[in-house]
Design a protein around this ligand. Sequence first.
Ligand SMILES: *[C@@H]1O[C@H](CO)[C@@H](O)[C@H](O)[C@H]1NC(C)=O
Ligand SMILES: *[C@@H]1O[C@H](CO)[C@@H](O)[C@H](O)[C@H]1NC(C)=O
Ligand SMILES: *[C@@H]1O[C@H](CO)[C@@H](O)[C@H](O)[C@H]1NC(C)=O
Ligand SMILES: *[C@@H]1O[C@H](CO)[C@@H](O)[C@H](O)[C@H]1NC(C)=O
Ligand SMILES: *[C@@H]1O[C@H](CO)[C@@H](O)[C@H](O)[C@H]1NC(C)=O
Length: 301
Amino acid sequence: MMILVHLSIFFSILFISLPSSHSCTANDKNALLEIKKSLNNHPLLSSWTPQTDCCTVWSGVQCTDGRVTYLTLSSSYFSGNIPPAITKLKSLDILFFKYSNFSGPIPDNISDLKNLTYLGLSFNQLTGPIPGSLSQMPKLQAIELNDNKLTGSIPDSFGSFVGNIPALELSNNRLSGKIPESLSKYDFNAVFLSGNRFTGDGSMFFGRNKTTIQLDLSRNMFQFDLSKVKIARSILMLDLSQNRIFGKIPRVLTTLRRLERFNVSYNRLCGKIPSGGRLQTFEPSAYSHNLCLCGTPLKAC
Ligand SMILES: *[C@@H]1O[C@H](CO)[C@@H](O)[C@H](O)[C@H]1NC(C)=O
Ligand SMILES: *[C@@H]1O[C@H](CO)[C@@H](O)[C@H](O)[C@H]1NC(C)=O
Ligand SMILES: *[C@@H]1O[C@H](CO)[C@@H](O)[C@H](O)[C@H]1NC(C)=O
Ligand SMILES: *[C@@H]1O[C@H](CO)[C@@H](O)[C@H](O)[C@H]1NC(C)=O
Ligand SMILES: *[C@@H]1O[C@H](CO)[C@@H](O)[C@H](O)[C@H]1NC(C)=O
């Protein structure tokens, strides 16, 4: 049943990818066959045969002009390390290995993939640090590494991206320590750090002139003064719950008409919840378990 579901996903992707007039280049075909070998000729890759065109009939593969630009290996039936030969697919645009039970480190030289826009390695068993070299990938728009077992902090090199500023989805790992202050100059579209062990300041993700839409710092040990941060008007989702954040809830939040999700529960906030905007529409649980927050939807001050 699982196999059928996955195959149908692969085939729908294949149909979207048609048509490609060029057949698979030898370099890319060889790299894919190497990948298949390192996955012990997994049955899910039975369509990957040397006699056929990798651009038209191989499951999980898409090409542009004969070069492999899309590769997905998404099935809990894979295991072992991420196949090193992926770094030979120089034209890759999208790499999507989700729920694949891959373990071991993220290869450092994955940054050789200069055309990669999407790195999706969520829901695996990956260990070790986030490679600092990811900041050297000029086209990267999203780094999705959530739900792994990664350790260390956000690399210092993330203070100097050479190209795009990618969305960061790093939730539910074992990341720890302080976030580099140098990240404050970046205008991230979305940052998800929930469920790690980050400490210290988290205010570098805020800024009045930023266009950040989603910011989730929940379930960490961040410790900073919320009264002092400048909230971007673009914010739709702000989850700061379960940290050690102190100070007051900024009044400017009452001016955010589009705020859809907001949660500051389980912190050390104090003072009256500013009234206005959408702030009174959230459940009490969005504010509960603070030092001394009061006012609707909590008890009167
Ligand atoms: C990347 O490193 C791995 C070993 O860690 C190696 O097997 C692979 O060939 C390297 N890729 C390239 C393109 O050099
Ligand atoms: C990277 O993308 C650009 C623009 O789409 C393309 O011209 C170039 O050939 C690609 N590089 C590789 C190695 O495929
Ligand atoms: C995931 O991989 C581990 C080894 O890394 C293995 O013990 C386990 O059985 C695998 N899980 C599944 C669902 O295949
Ligand atoms: C934010 O933008 C305003 C108006 O464009 C500008 O005057 C101000 O200097 C900017 N502030 C920062 C911190 O960049
Ligand atoms: C806020 O977060 C807390 C803790 O993470 C959770 O229990 C509560 O249901 C959340 N409330 C809302 C309205 O999101």
